[in-house]
Design a protein around this ligand. Structure first.
Ligand code: 16G
Length: 244
């Protein structure tokens, strides 16, 4: 067995931090000791400390906020898929503060795929909202919602950085968002998505296509989302098998 003392210093620091994170001495959201303190504690250079932190960041255990420091990343969000819920509602339930950055909000003309999914004519206008979704300032997902114009045009009157889309659709427009389905597949972030999500290009992602319908089966939303693979886990429960 390799003698621990022979490990390079940056690995010793990394493993020490990792132990404190997994033991819970360093909790999610808590900042790591400053680089300066770590240099003193481990009697090493700033470069070595940075190397250790860099590894922890790559492995998703910590994240940096520019100008603020390095923080312990929260454990994965475990998202049950029993009923349709929105990002704002989901994050609030977990005691996290949801935030959105609107990347696009307006109308577009439907291409063949969007038209068929929304049940509208080719070239017909639909509402498109693209947002970066964050929780406690950590980027979680990039979401593009395509919405039927005839049902959802009022969404355009609202600031979607401050308001929940589903809140507007249910409380203002009066839609019931109870029916739907969702496809989830594995993918890798492209460069643009990686920049928005603050991860290296080619990081693991969950690619989701969500279809939301009214009670009478009229499509309301078709959303394409890229969720961070290191932060999300979707959870489904099976019904007991029917007895013969
Ligand atoms: C969720 C939905 C997304 C919806 C959004 C509304 C998934 C994969 N996607 O993130 O389709 O547009 O919630 O969130 O769950 P909001 O009500 O906070 O605006």
């Amino acid at each position: 067995m390799a003698d621990e003392k022979q490990l390079p210093t940056y690995k010793l620091i990394r493993d020490d931090m990792l132990r404190r994170i997994t033991e819970g001495t360093l909790e999610p959201g808590q900042s790591l000791p400053s680089e300066r303190d770590m240099c003193l504690t481990y009697d090493t250079s700033r470069m070595t400390v940075r190397q250790a932190i860099g590894e922890l960041e790559l492995q998703g255990y910590v994240y940096r906020i520019q100008g603020k420091g390095t923080f312990v990343a929260s454990q994965k969000v475990i998202q049950p898929l029993f009923h349709i819920s929105g990002f704002t509602e989901d994050m609030r339930k977990r005691g996290k503060t949801p935030q959105s950055r609107v990347l696009f909000c307006g109308t577009l003309k439907a291409d063949k795929r969007t038209a068929s999914r929304l049940g509208i004519a080719l070239g017909e206008a639909y509402v498109c909202v693209k947002r970066l979704r964050l929780a406690d300032e950590v980027p979680m997902a990039v979401e593009t919602s395509c919405l039927r114009y005839d049902l959802c045009s009022r969404v355009l009157d609202y600031d979607l950085e401050q308001n929940s889309l589903y809140q507007i659709l249910t409380s203002v427009v009066g839609l019931s968002l109870k029916n739907g389905n969702q496809y989830i597949e594995a993918g890798l972030t492209n460069e643009a998505q990686a920049v928005l999500l603050g991860v290296p290009t080619g990081s693991a992602a969950l690619l989701i296509e969500r279809h939301v319908l009214t009670e009478t089966g009229v499509p309301v939303e078709v959303a394409h989302s890229v969720y961070r693979g290191d932060l999300y886990s979707f959870y489904v429960e099976f019904d007991p098998p029917e007895m013969e």
